[in-house]
Design a protein around this ligand. Structure first.
Ligand code: ZN
Length: 110
């Protein structure tokens, strides 16, 4: 929560970006934190700093501080809308392809 002033000069409490972010998460009984906002290609998507970001990457950044460039945030749970940091891990593009090939062999030539 941040305290600021609205355009008329009244003191107002603003919810910070992270408060608003976690408000849009539905914690499921299976442990997944499903993103309730918009989606892009099945992944949770959120507008931040003027551009659309993937919600699970934002979740990772909010809790872990950063993602090295060229690194993907991957899901352990296969739920693209899940933003539970415990279901996420960092990997490279080749990890991602390998992962897909293992889980879904028919996809490996795409
Ligand atoms: Zn999950």
């Amino acid at each position: 929560m941040t305290i600021g002033r609205d355009p008329r000069g009244n003191i107002k409490r603003y919810k910070s970006f992270s408060d608003r972010f976690w408000d849009k998460v539905d914690k499921q009984s299976n442990g997944c934190w499903e993103w309730l906002g918009g989606t892009n290609k099945g992944y949770g998507a959120v507008s931040h700093e003027g551009s659309m970001k993937l919600a699970h990457r934002v979740a990772w950044r909010l809790l872990n501080g950063g993602i090295p460039s060229g690194v993907l945030v991957l899901h352990k749970c296969d739920n693209r809308r899940c933003v539970n940091p415990e279901h996420l891990y960092l990997g490279s593009y080749s990890d991602n392809n390998l992962d897909r090939a293992v889980r879904n062999p028919s996809n490996q030539w795409r």
